[in-house]
Write a protein that binds this ligand. Structure first.
Ligand code: ARG
Length: 466
């Protein structure tokens, strides 16, 4: 499903980048070496710009990815990068690629790390890393850098992705390496080194978001007993104040990819935006979990993922209808491996690629429509249909139309259980230990009560009949 960018579009992309950034393709002789930094506009990555210049004497090219995160204007972020000393800053709209190349695969895998978390941040890192590498190549940079801390998953994802895409690039991790002390010290360092610092109160949470959802951690959430305060949520309504009337939405899929809402054809990107709105308004998609990070730490994480969870739920429901049992069962096991690989930063690994091949193949017949009901914090699948439906009414019904061969079940069970029956006969002949049933006390009070009650019912029924 991951499409390869053609050489032509690659060179188009880099020539338009050159036009936009006014930076030469290669550092001229005597010029500084370059580093390409994943830049968000926050304090950490702003300090990174100055720190990389001062510590390693590098020219910094900043890359800002638009992945659908909440922001007050990415041009302002770019202006800040330049004001802080970056020699160039590329704001790159990655939303469509994120939806079409990353979220389609995540959906094929019904990807939920530890059965809960739809990999919001984990999915975005390899895409950003891919752009860092491309920009490094376009501008002759030998270094790439990120602003992750030393105890999270994101450092692993950035660095593993970069080293799989171009193992010759050197990766710098300023926040992990610098010794700037606590946040107040960092702010003081920033002010002293000409990094613009907003005079706002420190944000109480650490947030990472994109169109697949929002991750919220730190602050009072570090106490796993503390209920998440209302102010952590921006995408979802409190279910208590969600509308009293449910909303029904019909989601159509074509080969596993969402393609229409309520009969209206839409791009995946627009479907995600629309479902974030409607599911969020009905209070669906909040997660509060204890999560196992790759680096060995358990952390308390809160997420709001209204669109992602709605789509995964609907997609699973369609697969239930369309996938042959053996494929479905095997897929369930591989989905776990897929989610774990991506969580652990192995997006570009051969294992993940091979899993995509299997998962992609299974999606050929996942075409159809699922009806979901959103109501006060819940999302329930209430209908599904598909031309590839393997649901056979004649086989399933208990009515007169029943086409299932009940007598065939007898021979099936005899043969299905045959090897274990041979085993049991052998155990019996050897007086060996068998699965126990003697511990079922049919004379105890509870059993007696059931029997009494049954007798009463029979007795009363007899009286009624008589
Ligand atoms: N725990 C999640 C993950 O590893 C989210 C991390 C996002 N970072 C944040 N600052 N909230 O994918």
């Amino acid at each position: 499903m991951t499409s390869n960018t053609s050489a032509a579009s690659n060179s188009n992309a880099s020539s338009s980048l050159h036009d936009a950034l006014h930076i030469t393709v290669q550092p001229a002789p005597g010029e500084k070496e370059r580093v390409v930094l994943a830049y968000s506009g926050g304090l950490d990555t702003s300090v990174c710009i100055k720190w990389l210049q001062e510590t390693y004497d590098l020219d910094v090219i900043a890359v800002v990815g638009d992945l659908g995160q909440e922001h007050d204007g990415l041009e302002a972020v770019k202006a800040k990068a330049l004001a802080t000393g970056a020699i160039g800053c590329a704001v790159i709209d990655m939303r469509e690629a994120f939806a079409d190349e990353y979220l389609t695969c995540a959906l094929a895998a019904n990807a939920l790390y530890e059965n809960k978390y739809p990999l919001v941040s984990a999915l975005s890192r390899p895409l950003i890393a891919k752009h860092l590498v491309a920009v490094a190549h376009a501008f002759g940079a030998k270094y790439v850098a990120h602003g992750c801390t030393g105890k999270g998953n994101d450092q692993v994802r950035f660095e593993s992705s970069v080293l799989m895409l171009d193992p010759t690039l050197k990766i710098l991790s300023p926040v992990r390496d610098w010794d700037l002390g606590c946040r107040a010290d960092e702010i003081a360092w920033a002010a002293a080194h000409g990094v613009p610092v907003k005079a706002t109160a420190e944000a109480p949470y650490s947030i990472d978001d994109n169109l697949w959802g929002r991750a919220i951690e730190c602050g009072v959430l570090e106490d796993p007993w503390c209920e998440p305060p209302a102010d952590i949520y921006t995408m979802t309504t409190d279910p208590v104040s969600a509308p009293d009337a449910p909303a029904y939405v019909e989601i159509a899929f074509e080969q596993g990819i969402p393609c229409a809402l309520d009969g209206k054809p839409l791009s995946l990107l627009d479907i995600i935006y629309a479902l974030n709105e409607i599911a969020g308004a009905h209070g669906f998609g909040r997660i509060d979990m204890i999560e196992n990070r790759l680096v060995g730490v358990k952390s308390r994480e809160c997420y709001e993922v209204p669109g992602a969870l709605t789509l995964i739920q609907a997609h699973k429901a369609l697969e239930d209808l369309c996938l042959e049992r053996g494929v479905l069962h095997q897929k369930l096991a591989l989905e776990q491996t897929w989610a774990e690989s991506v969580y652990n930063g192995l997006w570009f690994s051969p294992l993940k690629e091979a899993l995509d091949a299997f998962l992609g193949h299974t999606q050929q017949c996942v075409t159809g429509t699922v009806k979901v009901k959103l109501y006060k914090g819940s999302c329930t699948v209430v209908g599904r249909k598909s031309p590839f439906s393997l649901y056979d009414f004649g086989l399933a019904t208990y009515d007169a139309d029943d086409a299932f061969d009940h007598q065939a079940a007898k021979g099936f069970i005899d043969i299905h259980g045959l090897s274990c029956k041979v085993w049991a006969e052998n155990r019996l002949a050897n007086d060996a230990r068998m699965p126990a049933f003697a511990d079922v006390d049919v004379t105890n009070a509870a059993c007696r009560a059931v029997v009494d009650e049954a007798e009463d019912i029979l007795h009363d029924a007899g009286k009624v009949c008589a």
